[in-house]
Design a protein around this ligand. Structure first.
Ligand SMILES: [Fe+2]
Ligand SMILES: [Fe+2]
Ligand SMILES: [Fe+2]
Ligand SMILES: [Fe+2]
Length: 416
């Protein structure tokens, strides 16, 4: 899968937008402002531009606790601990930024509360906190002149405030980052930041996990869908480029679930017709997030995972002739992953029951017979592969839950 830093950032923007439209491009604007502050920052040689950009970009990734979004967009946020802790845990557990993830943990914490924290983390955290507040103030039409006195009351690291004063006096912070300014920044700064394929993939996985980790029942869904898709792809002789596209599509196929309310995703009973209609829209949301960013073949595979061979699927009611082998593989993998895992409304089905359902669906002309057959013939091997490959993710999920509870009750990043 080839994806560069701009594509990754575009994906992140689109993704956060679907959490809450008010978060549109907030991460990118904060990253741009943080860069301007860094240019004026007296300790800048202790920081790295790439780290500033990535931390700023993802600082609100934990905000899927949407009840906090209202609060974090207010100018003087008083309680934003939950998304700070989740953001920290996601960055720490899934990305190369683990050593600096505390900067996200403290991105709403006043300077005087950071006494035992290393200067470097404190600088990153305070720069992002300041850039975050500047962005929200500018979006709320506060003038740059009004900005400084207001921010002085909020207990910032003095050298960060000094950097802001310099940037404002040079006319560098005037209005919300948008239009030409943003494009220039993307071209001049963002594009020059090297993000390897491996790194881009870790951030993509982190975004996927923020959705899957909403509950234990779905914690492994995308992971298992990737494992099963690759298993099928290999058995069915897909080429290497086909395998790459398939596994990327499998990873992101449910990204659009970020937009589906938790009450529906975690519904304990059967969904009503209305709820089902909302749930089904996740495919369109996935399409909206990835359509202008990822290659067309990946977009196609990812957004056809609920299509059925007889045309009875959604969203487009495509028929067998319109569905490629990769489309069919992902559809089968998604079903197997969903059936075999525990959901809020059911326990995981036994393999026997899963195989029976697959056979029935193949007989009714809904799913690909060949792919279903491969599962039937190799289910013991598949079971072992899933067990082996998904265990580390489950362990991480459980660790994140435990650490989150502990950190929340411990009040580690109190914002007042
Ligand atoms: Fe935040
Ligand atoms: Fe923020
Ligand atoms: Fe789906
Ligand atoms: Fe799915």
């Amino acid at each position: 899968m080839r994806i560069d830093s701009r594509q990754m950032i575009a994906l992140c923007n689109q993704f956060l937008k679907f959490y809450d439209s008010r978060l549109v491009e907030h991460g990118e604007r904060v990253a741009c402002i943080a860069c301007k502050l860094m240019a004026q920052f007296e300790h800048r040689e202790q920081l790295e531009l790439k780290n500033v950009v990535l931390l700023a970009l993802f600082h609100d990734i934990g905000a899927y606790k949407t009840e906090e979004i209202d609060r974090l967009l207010e100018f003087e946020t008083v309680d934003a601990e939950r998304h700070s802790i989740y953001g920290y845990l996601f960055l720490k557990n899934f990305t190369n930024l683990s050593a600096l993830a505390q900067a996200v943990l403290y991105h709403h914490t006043p300077n005087s509360r950071l006494e035992g924290v290393s200067p470097v983390i404190r600088y990153y955290a305070q720069l992002i906190r300041l850039a975050d507040r500047v962005d929200i103030a500018l979006e709320n039409k506060t003038s740059p002149e009004e900005l400084i006195p207001r921010l002085r009351r909020l207990d910032f690291e003095p050298s960060c405030l000094k950097a802001l004063e310099k940037a404002v006096s040079q006319g560098k912070v005037t209005a919300p980052v948008a239009g030409e300014e943003r494009e220039r920044w993307e071209q001049e700064v963002l594009s020059s930041i090297p993000v390897s394929q491996q790194e881009a993939l870790t951030y993509l996985k982190m975004m996927v996990h923020t959705i899957d980790f909403k509950s234990e029942a779905t914690a492994l869904h995308s992971t298992n869908t990737v494992i099963i898709s690759c298993f099928l792809g290999e058995k069915l002789g897909l080429t290497q480029p086909q395998m790459e596209s398939l596994s990327c599509a499998a990873l992101i196929h449910d990204l659009g679930k970020a937009q589906v309310p938790n009450s529906i995703l975690e519904c304990a009973g059967r969904l009503s017709e209305g709820q089902m209609a909302v749930m089904r829209r996740h495919v369109e949301y996935t399409y909206e997030i990835i359509k202008d960013i990822l290659p067309q073949d990946i977009v196609d595979i990812a957004t056809r995972h609920h299509e059925k061979l007889d045309g009875s699927g959604y969203p487009n009611g495509l028929k067998a002739a319109q569905l490629t082998q990769s489309d069919r593989i992902l559809a089968v993998a998604d079903i197997v992953s969903a059936l075999s895992s525990r959901r809020s409304y059911k326990d995981g089905y036994s393999w026997l029951r899963t195989l029976h359902i697959l056979e029935d669906m193949a007989n009714r002309g809904l799913i690909d017979r060949e792919a279903a057959g491969v599962i039937g013939e190799n289910y013991l091997e598949l079971q072992a592969v899933i067990e082996r490959q998904s265990k580390p993710i489950l362990r991480r999920y459980q660790a994140i839950r435990t650490q989150y509870e502990g950190m929340l009750t411990g009040g580690v990043c109190r914002t007042r």
